[in-house]
Design a binder for this molecule. Structure first.
Ligand code: URP
Ligand code: ZN
Ligand code: ZN
Length: 465
């Protein structure tokens, strides 16, 4: 099957130009100067008119939690609903987190996550591994997983008694990662101090969702981020700070990068668009916005946009971890610490970032870079993913920059009963989505198939100095 995408503006991380794209089977065959495309039209089986639209590499969301056990329940999207919603929003690959149970083996955990995805995913997917139990067996298994294309391991300085690892355990895992070429991903919040603040708040009758934010102050994210950076320095491992939300944490990352260290960070749309005001919504409404680290006071937003421009923040991922308001978020009525942590967003990342372009926060090329190209390079998928170039997988989004639409639970495709962005109008939306040359979305219709998505074994981070 040969497909010609004609008349659009191809945008990659290096800039925008008028070009036509020829897809042959699953990969990109050529980028053509439109002046010379005419002769090829007859040779294509199908031609897509992209006039007035951008043609961009499919989005890559490197932080999702599909079908994940957490807080006594499971995230609401599984690999079928979650990957479909991702594709509707212009994301064609994701990297999800497998979660080692305490006492469990990494190898068996990986098999469990393969089984969760197989037969369900409609886009390509890889895995990171959450290490919640550092011991000699786990450390050995980290090397085995690297050999199977799982080259990144998430650890937690938060959630004592659940995922939390001590500094000593973190250092050991980092040393192992340094020797095998893997990356350590860090949830950097000082969970020991946070638990004290949470207990104090609850003891004085402060039980509303807004207290989730107040008991996880930005200083404790900044402190943990700085500590993780020094542990990584001592061990020699590359470090990737996940879901960075606070200007104090960004300052620590910026300093490390200025020192030339292999330290990287992502933020998420919720930290660019939502705030403590949302957590303080009347009644129990604020529970919809409970995630960790928490959404911050609005004055952090400008720092994060600045970090995205300067590459101190390299990636925007979603940390998609949806829990329905009814029955799931409600587990924390009367005690904010029992609200399952996490928010839905897998469908809206590309649009919310494009809104950043419309608002003058990001250039077009930077939009593509933080959305697709850097995620591919950071997690060992480039150039198969993350660009439009001969030989790359034909994961392509035809994007209409003029389309205005309103985000709402009424229209989204995520299996969750609320939208964190209910009623927000955005400019820009997906017109067609291709994954390895197959149409998943066009004319507002779904053409994809559960189970067509393939596992992506990944290489090492491609930015290491
Ligand atoms: O609140 C969050 N972020 N939930 C998902 C788990 C995590 O820490 O990434
Ligand atoms: Zn986390
Ligand atoms: Zn997460």
């Amino acid at each position: 099957m040969r497909t010609l995408i004609r008349g659009g503006t191809v945008v990659t991380a290096t800039g925008a130009s008028a070009a036509d794209v020829l897809i042959d089977g699953e990969t990109v065959a050529a980028l053509l100067d439109p002046v010379h495309t005419g002769a090829l039209v007859g040779a294509a089986d199908r031609t897509i008119d992209a006039s007035g639209k951008y043609v961009i590499p499919g989005g890559i969301d490197v932080h999702t939690h599909l079908d994940m056990p957490f807080g006594g329940t499971f995230s609401a999207d599984d690999f079928e609903t979650g990957t479909r919603a991702a594709a509707w929003g212009g994301t064609t690959s994701l990297v999800d987190f497998a979660v080692q149970p305490k006492g469990g083996s990494l190898r068996e955990t990986l098999d469990t996550w393969h089984a969760k995805a197989e037969g369900k995913a409609s886009i390509d997917y890889g895995f990171h591994m959450i290490v919640s139990d550092v011991n000699s067996q786990t450390l050995k298994e980290m090397d085995v997983l690297v050999g199977e294309g799982v080259t990144s391991f998430k650890m937690f300085m938060a959630y004592p008694g659940v995922f939390y690892a001590t500094d000593g355990e973190i250092l050991q895992a980092m040393q192992r990662a340094a020797s095998s070429g893997a990356t350590i991903m860090m949830h950097a919040e000082n969970g020991i101090a946070i638990d004290v603040l949470v207990a104090q708040a609850l003891a004085s009758g402060r039980t509303d969702p807004g207290w989730h934010g107040r008991t996880r102050p930005p200083e404790l994210e900044g402190e943990a981020t700085a500590r993780a950076i020094r542990l990584a320095q001592v061990s020699g491992a590359p470090l990737y700070i996940v879901h960075l939300s606070a200007q104090q944490a960004l300052a620590a990352v910026t300093e490390a990068r200025d020192e030339g260290r292999n330290v990287f960070a992502e933020t998420c749309p919720q930290y660019l668009y939502l705030s403590q005001e949302d957590l303080d919504a009347p009644g129990f409404e604020g529970a919809k916005y409970v995630c960790s680290p928490p959404v911050r006071p609005k004055d952090h937003w400008a720092h994060l946009w600045r970090g995205l421009r300067t590459n101190d923040l390299s990636i925007v991922s979603t940390d998609h971890c949806p829990f329905c308001f009814k029955e799931q978020k409600e587990l924390g009525r009367g005690d904010f610490s029992k609200i399952p942590n996490g928010m839905p967003g897998i469908e809206h990342r590309v649009d919310l970032l494009h809104q950043g372009v419309v608002d003058g926060e990001l250039s077009l090329a930077r939009w593509v870079e933080v959305n697709s190209t850097t995620p591919a390079r950071m997690f060992g998928l480039y150039p198969r993913k993350g660009t439009i170039a001969p030989g790359s997988d034909a994961d392509i989004v035809v994007y209409d920059p003029a389309l205005r639409h309103v985000l709402s639970a009424e229209t989204h495709h995520m299996a969750v009963d609320y939208s964190a962005y209910e009623g927000r109008q955005v400019q820009g939306g997906v017109s067609a989505v291709f994954s390895r040359g197959e149409v998943l979305v066009s004319d507002r219709r779904w053409h994809g198939q559960a189970g067509r998505g393939r596992f992506l074994p990944r290489g090492a981070c491609q930015y290491l100095r």
